[in-house]
Design a protein around this ligand. Structure first.
Ligand code: F3S
Length: 646
């Protein structure tokens, strides 16, 4: 039987299991990446495992999320990360070199390989025919230690692309169309694979934009084949010898197929405050816009910024708009400069920021109160921009530049002829901010630099037989990891200091949560959180599991969980339970006492039903959907405990 690209990638890396959908599998990981916000913790965990050097083919530590040095803490973290990379044999991408996914696509993505990254948008490299998956930092630490990555074999959706994108419509609109169709949870447990003749008009950075935004659908990853277009990209990066062809077999079978005629697409926008709240731009025309930002790992490639520069050439940014550019990488910035496009941007009145994530994770550029901000970013969850009640719309670079020129939502097709972009066949390559791994002998002599902000991990206790928890918080559907563990300029510098960052858990929902949790912890009591559907969607940040665990959260009871967050809960010994009867959600109130009965027995015996007493109210049942390995981790109290045991 023929295989899809995703199946070929998985089959060539299978350590255990088979291609049978829904079964546990383990795959070998060739490459890893971390970024600074998740990386400091991932390396503290890697150190705790006790391996002298990474065992992957290639591992990269990027600094891109927080480039602000408002005090010593961030600079300390950057030096810690640099010394860790030198000590353990990693590449180090220095602050200013760019966003991990853009730089990885340029310098390291390789068709046919696997990549595990402690960032939810790691699937971006699927645009270059990699099996690239986002995971928690501890999973990445284990992969660096040479351990396989465990997951449930996903179903594979084939997206059959025909036609060609019309002028002023781009890869972003493909992703927005998919988001409207699948919603933020339609990709759960699935890999999205793109195929068909429509691929011939999509460059690797275009494909990377689409793969990147598959994350917002909850997909395990998205993949594209490796074809002549992939070869052209690798040639442009001076890496053509890394190319290999990787195509789906003609008789490959997908679990379901979505048909998409690219010629039928129009400019789209995701409206506040969810990436799947998608409308045609024509319905939004005339809305006044105060801020426009082009950047993020979804849309800040050279192509994206060239479109913007060409549309702006000889014109001026509208006086009511703050127009901001976050180039995806130093390479993008330098090539823009060489091609003269940087001057067009500057001359038109754009504000040029350094290459990195910045505003995307609330590190600056928060929009003014009550105004509309148009961004080419990945997410518009409420408050992620740093402004309460923000109104963030997610759009293509084409829609962004149209609004920057007119000061209002504008259909870019009104701007006239679509500019010829003319990407260079060979990019200017500058790896000045990319430090290669040190040879073993030199690495052994490196001392890790630990500032006062680097706090070692605590030890977590094994799971008790009976788990008695107070419901300290009950929330609704689609709670994001941003809700659980907010980011932003005040919080991000605390990422390597667990006691300090834990004070902000759920702070945007209940500012007293951490205080109340610590009071219960002092009394030796455990905590449960109750949620609705798709609990923990969004960013891969493991702090959203680790920090609640530090505060004493031992169980989460929800209608359903997002994949990465569920894996992170398991890794830190928090029991994820779903309602056997979703209507039981209504029976629980904040403040109730829950008793999870015979937890150790249920986990060890592989049972999938758990009795839960709501004290004074009666009994309900929870569903346990965990692999044998997941159960072992929870019983041990954390993945680190289990790794040390055996
Ligand atoms: Fe950075 Fe935003 Fe992507 S924080 S990695 S640009 S989603």
């Amino acid at each position: 039987m023929g295989l899809t690209v995703a199946e070929k990638l998985i089959e060539t890396h299978l350590v255990s299991g088979s291609l049978k959908r829904g079964e546990p599998i383990a795959i070998k990981i060739d490459q890893t990446l971390t970024q600074d916000a998740t990386g400091t913790m991932a390396y503290l965990e890697f150190e705790a495992i006790g391996i002298p050097r990474v065992k992957t083919e290639l591992s990269v530590s990027y600094v891109d999320h927080n480039l602000l040095q408002t005090d010593f803490r961030n600079a300390d973290d950057h030096r810690f990360l640099q010394s860790i990379a030198a000590k353990y044999g990693l590449w180090f991408s220095r602050p200013g070199n760019g966003i991990c996914h853009q730089v990885h696509l340029e310098r390291f993505a390789r068709p046919g390989k696997t990549l595990l990254g402690s960032d939810s948008h790691t699937p971006t490299a699927g645009g270059c025919a990699m099996l690239a998956i986002g995971a928690g930092g501890l999973d990445v630490a284990m992969a660096m230690a040479g351990k396989p990555f465990h997951l449930i074999m996903p179903r594979i959706i084939g997206v059959h692309l025909t036609g060609k994108l019309p002028p002023w419509v781009s890869a972003r609109d493909v992703a927005l169309w998919m988001l409207r169709k699948l919603t933020v949870k339609g990709g759960l447990g699935k890999i999205i694979e793109y195929f068909g003749e429509g691929l011939s008009s999509l460059s690797v950075p275009d494909r990377a934009t689409i793969a990147n935004l598959g994350t917002e659908m909850g997909a395990t990853t998205s993949v594209f084949p490796s074809d002549k277009i992939t070869l052209a990209w690798l040639k442009a990066q001076g890496r053509d010898e890394e190319w290999q062809e990787l195509l789906a077999d003609p008789e490959a079978k997908y679990d379901e197929i979505i048909e998409l005629d690219l010629s039928s697409l129009e400019p789209l926008a995701a409206c506040p405050s969810s990436p799947d709240n998608v409308k045609p731009v024509t319905e939004l025309e005339g809305l006044p816009v105060a801020q426009v930002i082009v950047g993020s790992c979804a849309n800040s490639s050279l192509r994206d910024l060239l479109v913007v520069a060409k549309a702006l050439k000889g014109k001026k940014v509208h006086p009511s708009v703050s127009f901001e550019i976050n180039p995806g990488s130093l390479q993008v910035l330098e090539n823009l400069d060489v091609l003269g496009a940087l001057q067009d941007l500057i001359h038109a009145g754009a504000r040029i920021h350094q290459s990195g994530c910045l505003g995307c994770i609330g590190m600056g550029q928060a929009p003014a109160t009550g105004t509309i901000s148009l961004r080419t970013f990945t997410r518009n969850f409420p408050g992620r921009s740093g402004t309460k009640n923000d109104q963030v719309y997610l759009v293509s670079p084409e829609v962004a530049v149209a609004a920057a020129l007119t000061g209002e939502f504008t259909d870019p097709r009104k701007l006239g002829a679509y500019p010829e972009i003319g990407l260079p066949e060979r990019f200017i390559i500058n790896d000045a901010l990319l430090l290669p791994p040190l040879p073993e002998e030199q690495a052994a002599k490196v001392e890790i630099i630990r500032g006062p902000n680097i706090v070692p991990l605590p030890q977590f206790e094994p799971m008790p037989e009976e788990l008695r928890c107070q419901v300290l918080l009950k929330v609704g559907d689609n709670i994001t990891t941003d809700h659980i563990m907010p980011a932003g300029a005040k919080i991000l510098p605390l990422r390597s200091n667990l006691p300090a960052i834990s004070e902000y858990v759920f702070s945007n929902i209940d500012p007293e949560f951490a205080k109340k949790a610590l009071a219960l912890k002092e009394q030796g009591r455990w905590i449960a959180v109750v949620g609705g559907e798709n609990y923990g969607q969004g960013s891969s940040r493991e702090h959203a599991a680790l920090a609640p665990r530090y505060l004493g959260v031992r169980a989460k009871l929800a209608k359903s969980f997002a994949r990465i967050h569920k894996a992170n809960l398991i890794n830190f010994g928090i029991l994820p339970v779903t309602f056997a009867d979703p209507d039981d959600y209504e029976k629980i109130s904040q403040g109730d006492e829950l008793i999870f009965k015979k937890v150790r027995q249920v986990l060890s015996e592989g049972r999938d039903r758990l009795e839960i007493e709501i004290l004074g109210k009666g009994t309900i049942y929870g569903k346990i959907d965990l692999t044998e390995r997941d159960r072992q981790i929870i019983l041990a109290g954390s993945l680190l405990n289990l790794a040390k045991e055996g």
